[in-house]
Design a protein around this ligand. Structure first.
Ligand SMILES: O=c1ccn([C@@H]2O[C@H](COP(=O)(O)OP(=O)(O)O[C@H]3O[C@@H](CO)[C@H](O)[C@H]3O)[C@@H](O)[C@H]2O)c(=O)[nH]1
Ligand code: MN
Length: 358
């Protein structure tokens, strides 16, 4: 792999955790130069030990409530969806988010995979959503555009999201887990490809990176877990919203390398209880997202997202009252995002007027 741009001052690593952070020892060579944002879920009185030598900030539920006040209602509790709070408070251009049961995988040659470096490569190089390159990522070393690929499209578009994959425990839904409890993913597919414009995909949050300045406000992981009728659709919801907005704004989404080693299979029966409404509702959710054509007046992610929230309430509200709540929470999320991430000119104005943001 070509030398990787050093983004240590431009990228935060966001980790949701309800367990412990021992997994960081394996990632130390790759992660130590980076700042970690740890979002501790569950009981805030539990002490989470962070291995020595890492630069980090840790937020538990008390911090979420303190930072957001009433807007904290949009941040899920007791679900990996809580990770999006880390996206909100970060001040960096890039985010890499990883689960605490994901370890360093090895490629077929036995070499340890620096997943972060591959995500950075994916994000810094253009995507090609408008015309599929059959030799996959044309910007990868040793690859290029194939014959017949229009030269007018070879510049590509900016990449907003890099979606990595998993060896060992694949990200299957509960019914599939129940039917195939011992199935392990041993296939290492050496490819990165752009997901074509107009095509949705199931975004998994366990090995994911994105450009926060390009798509951050759309990376809301919804209302899941405690007090909600659904779980384990956090990343899926964010992925569908983000992909529709990327398509509208001419941004790219890539999937494939890097792989991580996913070590823990969560309980399929517990997962089924969390997922079952989602499995049923997604037969309405997917046609909804496939039908979305955002107005040309929507020029920012926030404008797109607020429009999307309106349509969620309007079109999915009749499916279940949950979507009314979700639509409102999407608006709250954007309000929180704008409050914590004011546009530069606003921030500068607030500063000159002596209105220091605390
Ligand atoms: O209530 C919770 C549960 C978990 N977490 C943290 O979130 C991640 C993922 O947890 P886990 O590995 O148990 O979940 P999986 O079934 O393997 O994967 C799901 O998680 C999402 C992908 O990231 C997606 O919904 C499923 O693929 C770990 O870091 C837990 O510590 C939590 O914060 N709160
Ligand atoms: Mn897991």
């Amino acid at each position: 792999m070509a030398p990787v741009a050093d983004l240590k001052d431009e990228l935060d690593i966001v980790i949701p955790t309800i367990r412990n952070l021992d997994f960081l020892e394996q990632w130390r060579p790759f992660f130590q130069p980076y700042h970690l944002i740890i979002v501790q879920d569950g009981d805030p009185s539990n002490a989470i030990q962070v291995p020595n030598g890492f630069d980090y900030e840790l937020y538990n539920r008390n911090h979420v409530n303190k930072v957001l006040g009433p807007k904290a209602s949009c941040i899920s509790f007791k679900d990996s969806a809580c990770r999006c709070f880390g996206f909100l408070v970060s001040k960096k251009k890039y985010i890499f988010t990883i689960d605490d049961d994901c370890f360093v995988a090895k490629d077929p040659s036995g070499k340890e995979i620096n997943a972060l470096a591959q995500h950075i490569q994916n994000l810094l190089k253009p995507s090609t959503p408008l015309f599929f390159n059959t030799l996959y990522d044309p910007f990868a070393e040793g690859a290029d555009f194939v014959r017949g690929y229009p030269f007018s499209l070879r510049e590509g578009v900016s990449t907003a999201i890099s979606h990595g994959l998993w060896l060992n425990i694949p990200d299957y839904d509960a019914p599939t887990q129940l039917v195939k409890p011992r199935e392990r993913n041993t296939r290492y597919v050496d490819a990165v490809m752009t997901i074509p414009k107009g095509t949705l995909f199931p975004m998994c949050g366990m090995n994911l990176a994105f450009d926060r300045e390009l798509i951050g406000p759309a990376m809301y992981f919804g209302l899941m877990g405690d007090g909600q009728p659904i779980g384990r659709y956090d990343d899926m919801w964010a992925g569908w919203c983000a992909k529709v907005i990327c398509d509208h704004l001419g941004l790219g989404v890539k999937t494939g390398l890097p792989y991580i080693w996913h070590s823990k299979a969560s309980n399929p029966f517990v997962n089924l209880k969390k997922e079952y409404k989602g499995i049923y509702w997604q037969e309405d959710m997917i046609p909804f997202f496939q039908s979305i054509v955002l107005p040309k007046e929507c020029k920012t992610v926030q404008e797109c997202y607020i429009e999307l929230a309106k349509r969620v309430k309007d079109k999915l509200g009749p499916v279940d009252p949950y979507f009314q709540k979700l639509g409102d929470a999407m608006v709250t999320w954007i309000e929180a995002w704008n409050e914590l991430n004011p546009p530069p000119q606003t921030a500068a104005l607030a500063h000159t007027n002596g209105v220091e943001k605390n």
